[in-house]
Ligand binder design. Structure first.
Ligand code: UDP
Length: 318
């Protein structure tokens, strides 16, 4: 039997590298496509010796000649709000031009594609929790617009290619996810707080800290991504995947202080523009279609992440 060949764009990134590892464990041949902008070589260092693993260094915006494939997991795109100021054009084009290019590749090779969309398509939501049917509240011209709006258009392209060319493309809306292999300097709240606590620095809570998020441990998210690719009923469709335990950022800070042996305190800094006030996915559809629910609790997940950060190969804190 020949192996399923899976192309993972953003394969050296946080989620991408975990996904490559899982696909190899599942017996796939894996082609990791990355331009190493935010992806890191150390994330895939342990996979390099695997016979079924290869790295294709390229930028999707330049439409590289990718190999034929059975599956495409399109995860490429910087996803940290702190990158939106420095890389707005790159982000906007990776999620639009890059997505169009991969959809064409899927047509050509009759591949199944997973498009990694985001909770950001809901913007600062007026519907809570967020269901897939909610159309969102995005500031198209604001600082998050390059990411939010390009993911939204990526979804539109996915629907168009499904309708027009019959491409089997499934869209997953990924909510806040954390775990080993995130960059300690990534800018997102979990690695930032863990790094600050480990260094004895004060934790920088933005705004009042009353804004809420759910946090999904990476292993649960990778389960969800694999489930979406296996779920035939999702051809051309979209599904939310994300944590269920909604916490305020202030509570997250307290939790990090509890698990880290630290003298750190909390300091309050201005809230960035358009920072969503609340966020929690309605995952009824994921539960119904593929029986998904997260299994790793926040304390446990934070401890695992902290431990991994102490190992040099996962990015030393400091
Ligand atoms: N945040 C914070 N301090 C930080 C980094 C982030 O209080 O040092 C807040 C941020 O304002 C947001 C939440 O934590 O309300 C989650 O931010 P993150 O950048 O991780 O992801 P987002 O959900 O905004 O995409």
């Amino acid at each position: 039997m020949t192996e399923t060949r899976s192309v993972v764009t953003g394969g050296a990134g946080f989620l991408g590298s975990h996904l490559c590892e899982r696909l190899l464990a599942d017996g796939h041949e894996v082609v990791c496509v990355d331009n190493f902008g935010s992806g890191r070589r150390e994330n895939i260092a342990t996979l390099r010796d695997h016979d079924s693993f290869s790295v294709f260094e390229a930028d999707l915006r330049e439409e590289p000649e990718l190999p034929p494939t059975d599956e495409i997991y399109h995860l490429a795109s910087r996803a940290s709000p702190s990158d939106f100021t420095d890389f707005p054009v790159q982000i906007a084009l990776t999620n639009t031009r890059g997505t169009k290019y991969l959809l064409e590749h899927a047509v050509e090779h009759d591949a199944t594609m997973l498009f990694a969309s985001t909770s950001e398509v809901y913007g600062d939501p007026e519907v809570h929790p967020q269901t897939e049917g909610y159309n969102g509240n995005v500031n198209i011209r604001g600082p998050r617009g390059c990411y939010d709006e390009s993911k939204r258009f990526g979804e539109t392209l996915a629907v168009a290619y499904h309708e027009k060319y019959g491409v089997d493309v499934r869209t997953i809306r990924i909510f806040n996810t954390y775990g080993p292999k995130m960059r300690a300097d990534d800018g997102r709240v979990v690695p930032t707080f863990l790094k600050q606590a480990a260094n004895g620095d004060d934790l920088t809570v933005y705004g009042s800290g009353n804004q809420t998020r759910t946090f999904c441990y990476v292993d649960d998210m990778i389960d969800g991504i694999r489930d979406v690719m296996r779920c035939e009923a999702l051809a051309g469709d979209v599904v939310n995947v994300g944590g269920q335990n909604e916490v305020s950022i202030r509570t997250l800070a307290q939790t990090v202080l509890e698990i880290c042996d630290t003298n750190s305190d909390v300091v309050y800094e201005p809230l960035p523009q358009d920072d969503p006030t609340k966020r929690r996915p309605d995952v009824t559809k994921a539960q119904r279609l593929f029986d998904w629910s997260p299994s790793v609790g926040l304390m446990n997940g934070l401890r695992r992440t902290l431990k991994s950060f102490e190992k040099p190969q996962d990015g030393t804190i400091g």
